[in-house]
Design a protein around this ligand. Sequence first.
Ligand code: DGJ
Length: 725
Amino acid sequence: MPITFDAQHNTFKLDTVSSSYIIKIYEEGYLLNLYYGAPIPDAYVPHREKRWPSASFSLANPRIGENGFTPDTTPMEYGCNGAADFRISALAVRNANGDSVTDIRYTGHKITAGKPEIPGMPSSYAADGEAETLEIYTLDAVTGVKVTLYYTVFAASGVMTRRVRVENAGAAACELERALSLCVDLPCMDYDLITLHGRHNRERYMERRPLAHGLQGVESKRGVSSHSQNPFAALAARGATEEYGEVYAFNFVYSGNFSALAECDHNATTRFVMGINPTDFGWHLEPGEFFDAPEVLMVYTNEGLGGMSRCFHRFCNEHIIRGRWKNEKRPLLINSWEAAYFDFDTDKLVAFAHEAKQLGIELLVMDDGWFGVRNSDNCSLGDWYVNEDKLPGGLAPLIERVNAEGLKFGIWYEPEMISPDSDLYRAHPDWCVHVAGREPMQGRRQYVLDVSRADVRDNIWQQMYAVLSTNKIDYIKWDFNRNISDAGSALLPPERKKEFFHRFILGTYDLMNRLVTTFPDILFENCSGGGGRFDPAMLCYSPQIWTSDNTDPIERLPIQFGTSLCYPASVMGAHVSACPRTGFATRGNVAMWGTFGYELDPRKLTAEERETAKAQVAEYHASYDLIRRGDLYRLISPFEDPHRAVWEIVSPEKDRAMLTLVTMRRQLHAHLIVRLRGLDPARCYKNETTGEICSGALLMNAGIVLSGIAENDGESVTVYFTAVE
Ligand code: DGJ
């Protein structure tokens, strides 16, 4: 049983293959966070509930023991505001009196098989027998606020999830000021905080910094999970490396404003919290109403950052991605954006399809520019009807001709936006996100559409439905090209104004849910100016996300290395483009570590590039399963080596592996030996390039020599290994 209750010690124990987690119901109903780490057989950790050295003036609950109980110096399961735990709190509720003192105590619990969904919100899922859930019920006796702490244990995956529900069971309305999803108290502060920062064209660069006393972390206030900081954070033991050492990692299943904060206190302990960013957040709860906070994925491993990533990757493929395209082979696509931008018509798209077919490409995506009068990015968002000047007769004749060329057809949308220059805006100027009396900011000459409103969502959905239900659309790219300012909705009353950001995200999820349930066969790719909403919540709807608008293969290396920290190759949108920095082969080798596709004018390829593209398409098919299901090993990281990047993918059966080397900058006289990882030491493997056969043990310990191979700037090589009997 992954979740057990020990009546002797009053503890819950949550076990996965690689971790144990212990919660204690203490005197007076306080919930203590006794342990999180490597698996242990014990159900109790005595020293963790002892009174810790106090800070000066630490305060105590006099009802407990001789010296009282000091929440501030005790590992608390879910730290609350204002009741003598001075560390960052996970929960603050302002009651009818106007104070925000919040103090929850245990009232009961339930352990069930499986995993309940979160109403209206995306979350991970479990098949029968794959997970167990613990619900711990608590009550703030003064306000009547009930908090349910949810823990789901995916024992075989090494992953736990956490979230909370806050319910106003009192007699008066109250205001939720913060309701974070997770709080963990670790007994030391000898960790490095690892996060993924970035910007447009430069997403998810890894950053590592030692924890220091006080508060540190990352957040988004942009209305989206953002290019700037990903909703991911890890606490890695100081010496932890790619392959060894303890790592605690957290990934937030949410696409809006978030906080991921670590606080180290006077006793050199660490509290880590993650959840919806309390800045610009509030939730008004009338008696009987409740609020569900989103879910956090938690991984503990002592196999370093590589072990953490492999755990997240498997979990994402198994328990986040869903629907038809979870397991079914996805079509190889070509996208029109970098090939044509807004300058296309039916004939040009059909010509793309014709050429693409010769290369073996299976799907043509018509990107931005097909609707309203959109010939540049300054108009028409919200007018989701076909521009017949470009596409005479509408979509049907175009799709028929593309299909006749042998390709499927995909289309681009940016449903949550509205251009000031659009029919929709002229008809409904109050439908953009705004606050009374202020002119909203523009980004890319567009406003954000207030999808927190049901009437607005219905309008957009009806427009989309009219197109999707009458045309043979196989794929949708869903874009989102600005951050949210002037956050407000005309319909929200003053006491609910601070609910806007979360209601906006719920509105987005509602639209996406309508799309995937009404059109379950459509392959859906998420995008936000590249990877501005690259988070596990989006992956619950779209099995792939466009990783970055930056398609330069050298600049893509850190982006893909950083992204791979918690997201698998199966979800990383990656295309070969016309970027001249490297040859065609390197562009293919880098894009192969992702969904793989093309984003160029296929008519402009040279004869040599065409042959290379055909070989890449063949390689894509041959390595499809290996890349999507395989275990990733980052052998040489571009964050550490200015000269090269090397990664390896090993099939779960350990019978195939691929290793790719990309030289970013030539290193004179380099002698390069690379040791492979993850193979079966007892099996022999054939190097498919050289024909050499040697043991997995040799490849992992003595390594292979890559000196003199692909050693000039921008060159690359992929070597395949196959197990031989
Ligand atoms: C931003 C996306 O990242 C691009 O791929 C492209 O779809 C443009 N938007 C279109 O406006």
